[in-house]
Design a protein around this ligand. Structure first.
Ligand code: SAH
Ligand code: SF4
Length: 391
């Protein structure tokens, strides 16, 4: 492991210049929007109604400029556009996989880039969003972890990913906000680039907007946040967000997990399991998902499966087996399918659901762990990646 490989929140700062001038409404809470509208001269008696109207235009109807807000007077729309903006990330490129998966490369303020992936499934569609540009953690099997430049996404940039995907799916017209089942974008997972619990406040505030009943209106049970194990923030996730939790487990001994998920050196398996047992929202209907990437000859033995079952005993859980997705320069190989089957059978026999996650969008490098912005300026060398993988 390189001495500089951070397992803490230290962000490697990259210059971030926000354009001066009008303030973006996307990502603002209702309270702040209220203040801003007052500040720009909205009459006090009207301001509550105006917040409601603007909120609906943006989050229910997909308005991208004030001129679309036809129930506001022309004069008021002018006042708004002189002081405020409605900015979403810019779609630099979109790739579509033969399986229907769509990957968006998005440009943010300061020119930084992240990716979001839309995965259509029978009767639902999941958008996988990013919470950071890159990631400060350096999981040895993850492409994002090889990206050196990192910054947190703002609340507006997190919400903005959902808005642009919905634009692309043309899902604003005929949207029945009360009925998740008919939606193309019905679920959101924080499994893109970055560690969401190292950007807790922005992620929380963004998800509040995503769940707002008068806006995007996704149920908290249709949002899953995946963490590599930032133990101190785990119970806050239940208390302050209330969404479902997934944990990137990947190793059944500290020795293996230290190599795969280096944050384990800070919060080891025992500490993590204790935090999960105490997870305030734990129940059979709200089980924790244990993500387990299947890497050939590293963590895929039958003994690993048995240890995993023992470790999680007593926790309402499902185990999501993810065949390792290779990326250029990766140090590992995907487990054999026969081995994945053996592993999954052991877990299944112990009474847990153990779906194997079918890799989606592999042809466009959109599968789990393959995300990495194309234009990042510094790359880790193959040697550095191998050193971190401990091989
Ligand atoms: N940082 C968070 C969320 C993003 S990663 C976390 O680690 O949980 C989303 C999931 O993809 C995690 O379970 C991660 O371990 C997994 N993943 C990363 N690289 C992968 C790869 N190359 N193949 C398969 N899964 C991978
Ligand atoms: Fe970061 Fe998650 Fe990748 Fe680890 S697996 S490097 S925590 S994005």
């Amino acid at each position: 492991m390189k001495p500089s490989s951070p397992i803490t929140q230290d962000l490697l700062t990259i210059p971030r210049t926000l354009p001066p001038g009008p303030i973006n409404l996307i990502g603002m809470s209702r309270t702040i929007m209220h203040e801003k509208l007052l500040e720009i001269g909205t009459p006090e008696k009207q301001v509550k109604m105006r917040v409601g109207q603007i909120w609906q235009w943006i989050y229910q109807k997909g308005a991208r400029n004030f001129s679309q807000m036809t129930n506001l007077s022309k004069q008021y729309r002018e006042l708004l556009s002189n002081n405020l903006t409605i900015d979403v990330p810019q779609v630099v490129s979109k790739q579509s996989s033969k399986d229907g998966t769509r990957k968006y490369l998005l440009k943010l303020a300061g020119g930084h880039e992240v990716e979001a992936v839309y995965i259509p499934e029978e009767g639902r569609g999941t958008l996988c969003i990013s919470s950071q540009v890159g990631c400060t953690l350096t999981c040895s099997f993850c492409h994002t972890g090889t990206q050196k430049l990192v910054r947190n996404l703002t609340c507006g940039e997190i919400v903005g990913q959902i808005l642009v995907a919905r634009d692309d799916l043309d899902e604003w017209t005929n949207l029945n906000s009360a009925n998740d089942k008919t939606r193309l974008l019905s679920n959101v997972v924080l499994m893109g680039m970055g560690e969401p619990l190292y950007n807790f406040e922005n992620v929380r505030d963004a998800l509040k907007i995503v769940m707002d009943p008068e806006g995007i209106c996704l149920s908290r049970k249709r949002i899953t946040l995946s963490t590599s194990g930032v133990v101190p923030e785990i119970s806050r996730t239940a208390d302050e967000i209330g969404c479902l939790l997934a944990v990137s487990f990947h190793g059944t001994t500290d020795e293996i997990r230290d190599k795969l998920v280096p944050i384990n050196k800070k919060w080891n398996i025992e500490t993590l399991i204790t935090a999960l047992k105490d997870y305030p929202r734990l129940s059979n209907s709200e089980r924790i998902t244990f993500e387990y990437v299947m890497i050939k000859d590293v963590n895929d033995s039958e003994l690993d499966a048995l240890r995993l079952v023992k470790l999680i005993s007593g926790i309402p859980a499902k185990i999501n087996l993810i065949p390792f997705n290779e990326w250029p320069g990766s140090a590992y190989k995907r487990s054999e399918w026969s081995q994945i089957k053996k592993f999954s059978d052991i877990i299944h026999r112990a009474g847990y659901a153990s779906p194997v996650r079918t890799p989606r969008g592999e042809d466009i490098m959109a599968a789990c762990g393959q995300l990495k912005s194309e234009t990042e300026r510094q790359r880790k060398s193959k040697k550095e990646i191998s050193m971190e993988a401990g091989i």
